[in-house]
Design a protein around this ligand. Structure first.
Ligand code: 13P
Length: 254
């Protein structure tokens, strides 16, 4: 079982909100969301909007932000890519790796995801490992096997200190952007499976690991998801793009 802890509200903006929209979003969100010390709020804007995010949130250090993806290398001839080492100068303190859209559209494999987590850790960023099964895998009864492969590939590649800093996001691919949310019971079951994989790895404390749920989270279902056993927060796409909707989500569990 997991121990109770303060929730993490994470927003993944994907390829939405350039610098101007980022500034406008924050102008509104700051009015709608007062700092709360019983929750963590973190937004992952597109990399090009990180400086705008930093500028517009300067007086609100409670609104953390991070990078959606980094390259497996630190530097070199990789046109269009971003190095984890470049990220801290923007003020960002978190980073995602292994999102299903990266795996599907850009061919990110488990070994690449493990490498990206290491780069995020080396840069002093807090890494979030995203895992989750497709509908096909779920229907074939492979949920547990898929989560095991995705989680273990990364844990085996990291050292104890790296594992200690890792945050997890369970995002069933069939629930992302589809309006189809995992039931709180589905989420609880999958989170328990992720937690099980941590057993036996030095640096991992299964009961204390932070595991977020992602997939069609909205103001209307956040409260229910947040009380599901083992759900320590959420990673939200579509419903995080509107500042009022995101503020409503970040008010949950208060
Ligand atoms: P939606 O909330 O739009 O389903 O996206 C979830 C997600 O992929 C967050 O990383």
């Amino acid at each position: 079982m997991s121990e109770p802890r303060t929730p993490v509200f994470a927003a993944n903006w994907k390829m939405c909100h350039g610098p101007a929209e980022t500034a406008a979003f924050l102008a509104r969100f700051k009015q709608r969301h007062a700092p709360r010390d019983d929750a963590t709020v973190v937004v992952f804007p597109p990399a090009i909007s990180l400086p705008a995010f930093a500028a517009a949130s300067a007086e609100r250090p409670d609104i953390r932000f991070g990078v959606q993806d980094v390259h497996t290398d630190i530097e070199g001839a990789h046109t269009g890519a971003i190095s984890a080492a470049m990220v801290p100068a923007t003020g960002a303190t978190w980073g995602l790796a292994g999102h299903s859209e990266r795996r599907r559209e850009f061919g990110d494999t488990d070994p690449m995801v493990a490498k990206k987590l290491q780069r995020l850790l080396d840069a002093g960023l807090r890494p979030v490992l995203c895992v989750g099964e497709t509908l096909e895998e779920r229907e074939a009864g492979r949920l547990s096997a898929v989560l095991e492969t995705q989680v273990k590939a990364c844990l085996e590649a990291l050292d104890a200190e790296g594992r200690r800093r890792l945050v997890y996001a369970y995002e069933p691919v069939w629930a992302i952007g589809t309006g189809r949310t995992a039931s709180p019971m589905d989420a609880a079951e999958a989170h328990a499976l992720v937690r099980e994989q941590l057993t036996g790895f030095e640096g991992c404390t299964p009961g204390r690991a932070v595991i977020l749920y992602g997939g069609s989270v909205k103001p209307a279902n956040i409260e229910q998801l947040l009380i599901a056993p083992g759900v320590d927060g959420v990673l939200v796409g579509g419903a995080s793009l509107d500042p009022d909707s995101w503020a409503a989500i970040c008010a949950a569990g208060a």
